[in-house]
Ligand binder design. Structure first.
Ligand code: GDP
Length: 415
């Protein structure tokens, strides 16, 4: 008996879904009146019973009444355009949807509630204040306004620079976490690398899908371990070298290890060391962190391990055959990485953000240069303005329309 507009705001109302008086289904309607909705617009959500045909009929009748299907990222884009969320928050929503590990979820969650936005905003405002006081002085020379002294200006620029640098420093971590930690498994032939890889993959059912790596012939398996998403690099190069230890130095294996965040060195604990392990250890140490996995713990130990532990970030005894010790690898990974990820969560996670901060940093550098070369305020102003514009791109304050379209096209339909 009531029109939708008369229903209470932000309350679920039960009713019948009719189209031209024809009964389709019964369901629940929730109304979010502008501006108190995600997009900032009037929103009505209809929940009906499941089932393909039924849902389709309800949807079809909504379309016949004038509704238009949402495109990719339409909701988030409208929220952004209506000033409900900043661009970095919108991007965090994409990361949230795509998150596959606890850490990814945490960073995206913090960014989506504006942690990154607040850090950027702080720098943005500092730059604004700086520009405002410089403009006041240059535009109203007669008003007896006190100019910032070059010393004060220099201190302020330095302060801004430091904050920008902090943001950039977080990018490598943020990016690595969001993309998955690149991990290589290395070891002599027959130590059990393949078995262990299978063990790790089999233990955790969170395998997403094998994705083609950036290098030809390299296939990566994504697996969740120790709260992290690992991109286990099953380097064909290292694998093919199984018939000869000498070949372990193949360029591809070296390159893979160099790019890796983590290397897992597999050692066969049931045979004495051969003396050729050194090259593998050296290779593994190219990665940021390395763990030593002593395999075949079901067999009597023959390998002499004294002095080895110090050279790795952790040692773990495993049995690839039974899967014993895989949890322990997870715990070691967990111990290695939380400290690497900052707890305030405000991390740059994508290249677009990092590039914008990089430009802001370069512009601040030029402003500092202009200041120390005692150039006219105009020169400093231009640079400071460029820095401001670059930061504005990060939050979406000043951003080209085509860029907005590109960003929101990353969403799936209806998000
Ligand atoms: P890769 O050459 O390093 O990839 O080693 P593989 O995974 O192919 O394993 C080599 C051999 O070691 C195979 O015969 C495996 O069955 C055996 N193996 C692997 N892990 C274990 C283990 O934990 N215990 C025992 N007893 N044998 C293992």
């Amino acid at each position: 008996g009531r029109t939708v507009g008369e229903l209470p705001d932000r309350q679920a109302t039960y009713g019948k879904i009719l189209y031209k008086k024809e009964f389709l289904d019964d369901g629940v309607l929730t109304l979010y009146k502008a501006p108190r909705s995600f997009t900032g617009e009037n929103v009505a959500e209809i929940c009906c019973h499941g089932g393909v045909l039924l849902t389709e009929k309800v949807l079809e009748s909504a379309l016949l009444c004038g509704a238009v299907p949402a495109g990719a990222g339409d909701f988030s884009k409208r929220a952004f355009l209506n000033g409900k969320i900043t661009l970095s928050e919108a991007e965090a929503v994409i990361d949230l949807i795509n998150a596959e590990s606890e850490v990814q979820l945490r960073i995206a969650g913090e960014n989506s509630t504006g942690a990154l936005g607040r850090r950027v905003q702080e720098i943005y405002e500092a730059l604004c204040r700086l520009l405002a006081s410089m403009y006041a002085f240059t535009d109203y020379p007669d008003e007896d306004l006190t100019d910032l002294s070059p010393k004060e200006l220099g201190a302020e620029l330095l302060n801004i620079r430091k904050k920008l640098e902090n943001l950039t420093a977080g990018y490598r971590q943020g990016h690595a976490v969001m993309e998955g930690l690149k991990t290589v498994i290395v070891g002599r032939p027959n130590t059990g690398k393949s078995s262990l890889l299978n063990g790790i993959l089999g233990k955790d059912r969170a395998i997403v899908s094998p994705v083609a790596g950036t290098t030809r012939d390299t296939v990566e398996e994504k697996v969740r371990l120790g709260g992290q998403m690992l991109r286990l690099c099953d380097t064909a190069g290292i694998r093919d070298a199984r018939d000869s230890v000498e070949k372990i130095g193949v360029d591809r294996a070296v390159a893979a290890a160099e790019r890796a965040s983590l290397s897992l060195v597999v050692l066969d604990g049931s045979v004495p060391l051969t003396g050729t392990e050194e090259r593998i250890f050296a290779l593994a140490q190219q990665a940021e962190h390395s763990l030593l996995l002593v395999n075949k713990s079901d067999l009597p130990r023959q390998a002499e391990l004294a002095g080895l532990a110090d050279r790795f970030d952790g040692v773990c005894f495993v049995c690839a055959r039974t899967g014993e010790g895989v949890e322990q690898i997870g715990r070691l990974v967990q111990a290695l990485y939380p400290q690497a990820v900052r707890t305030d969560g405000a991390l740059l996670t994508n290249t677009r953000q990092a590039e914008a901060v990089g430009r802001a940093l370069a512009a601040v550098d030029r402003a500092q240069g202009a200041l120390s070369a005692a150039l006219t305020p105009d020169a400093i102003l231009t640079d400071a303005e460029e820095a401001l514009a670059a930061l504005g791109e990060l939050t979406g304050k000043s951003i080209r329309e085509d860029l907005v379209a590109t960003i929101f096209s990353r969403f799936c339909v209806g998000k």
